[in-house]
Design a protein around this ligand. Structure first.
Ligand code: ZN
Length: 377
């Protein structure tokens, strides 16, 4: 992670006064260094179009705050060694809680490059209450912080990865594949337990955020991530790389588009919902049916992708899921189907890629979310 960088451009927030401008520049410098192994103050000044004096001042502050480390590097010409800055990747740490597994919660402490520092798993059963689960998460958090020597002031907050939608208006989780989460005010309870801000975010949205960091030369600002797991989820990144939530937080709910098999009944009461094919159980059913399941999955996926590309015009489309084996076979069919249905010739080259290790993308996106909240505060 961390290849390339996007400057925190001023269109994302209004900088009102000198103090704010200073904070904004400081955060831009941190973000610039996140994408590089080391750099000099002069390089930073040039890249961010700031004066050397401004950059030097802010970097000195960051060195004092132990977010940057200064070292010397001798020049090849044998001239005076230049001061090089590196990021202290553990200067700030994110706490990620992945609730997307069945009967296991994955807890992670993650550094500023979105790499894990510590990991712990908590088992639970169907009879576990949400209160028990949150108490166990809090205990796991305190144990990991103590093992990894992470102090409270280093913590950026917690990000909870949910297999469902977060209702921005009520603070509750709705329509989750994990029933215990429904309408429980997880954020408030957890925030009190760990004494830090808590953000709750949908799994596919976080995967979209994680893959947006994988652009060749710079981050993607507009990507789609289709997650085929217990259900079908869509993460939309638009407008300078921010997650598109819609008014209530429910954007991207595509599981019940009527693009599935017309005879398949869905738990929502309708027939023909696309999740009937594009989900773990849907894929399993296709495998049992004896036909070319990869082709069936691929064509359905291609139809969904073509519709989304025509609707949202993204830079790239990523797919992730629990059945990577089938999805890999299905991908060429999906690409063909999508190319056939995408309206404009020049949009047909939009890359459609299968991302492996979708669960790792979840925590990388969760960490990225907390880092961006910190950088944009
Ligand atoms: Zn349905």
């Amino acid at each position: 992670m961390g290849k390339g960088t996007t400057e925190l451009s001023s269109d994302k927030r209004e900088v009102k006064n000198t103090k704010e401008l200073r904070a904004f520049n400081k955060m831009s410098i941190i973000d610039y260094l996140r994408g590089r192994e080391m750099t000099s103050k002069a390089e930073v000044a040039k890249a961010l179009n700031l004066s050397f004096a401004t950059v030097s001042n802010l970097c000195n502050e960051l060195i004092e705050e132990r977010i940057f480390k200064a070292g010397q590097r001798s020049t090849q010409s044998g001239g005076r060694p230049s001061e090089q800055l590196t990021l202290e990747v553990r200067a700030r740490v994110s706490f990620c809680i992945d609730l997307t597994y069945k009967e296991v919660v994955r807890l992670l402490l993650v550094d500023l490059h979105n790499n894990p520092i510590r990991e712990q798993h908590i088992s639970y059963s169907e009879s576990s209450s949400m209160q028990e689960l949150v108490t166990a998460c809090s205990a796991g958090f305190h144990a990991m912080c103590s093992e990894a020597d992470v102090r409270h002031e280093q913590l950026l907050g917690a990000a909870v990865i949910i297999p469902g939608l977060f209702d921005k208006q009520t603070g509750g989780v709705v329509n989750s594949t994990l029933a215990v989460l429904d309408n429980y005010n997880l954020g408030t309870v957890l925030s009190q337990m760990i004494d830090s801000p808590v953000y709750i975010e949908n799994d596919a949205n976080l995967a979209a955020l994680a893959v947006s960091m994988q652009g060749e030369s710079q981050r993607y600002d507009n990507v789609l991530f289709l997650y085929i797991g217990e259900g079908l989820g869509l993460g939309i990144l638009s407008h300078g790389g921010s997650i598109f939530h819609g008014v209530r937080g429910f954007a991207g709910e595509i599981a019940h588009l009527p693009l599935g098999h017309p005879e398949y009944e869905c738990y929502c009461g309708n027939t023909g919902c696309v999740e009937g094919i594009l989900s773990n159980t849907g894929i399993e059913r296709e495998l049992q049916s004896g036909g070319n399941s990869a082709e069936q999955v691929g064509h359905t996926l291609g139809k969904v992708i073509s519709m989304l590309v025509n609707l949202l015009d993204p830079q790239a489309v990523f797919i992730g899921g629990d059945r990577e084996d089938i999805l890999r076979q299905a991908l060429p069919y999906a690409q063909q189907e999508s190319a056939r249905r995408v309206l404009l010739q020049r949009y047909r080259d939009i890359p459609i890629t299968l991302s492996s290790g979708v669960h790792n993308l979840f925590y990388q996106g969760a960490s990225e979310l907390l880092i961006r909240k910190w950088l944009m505060r």
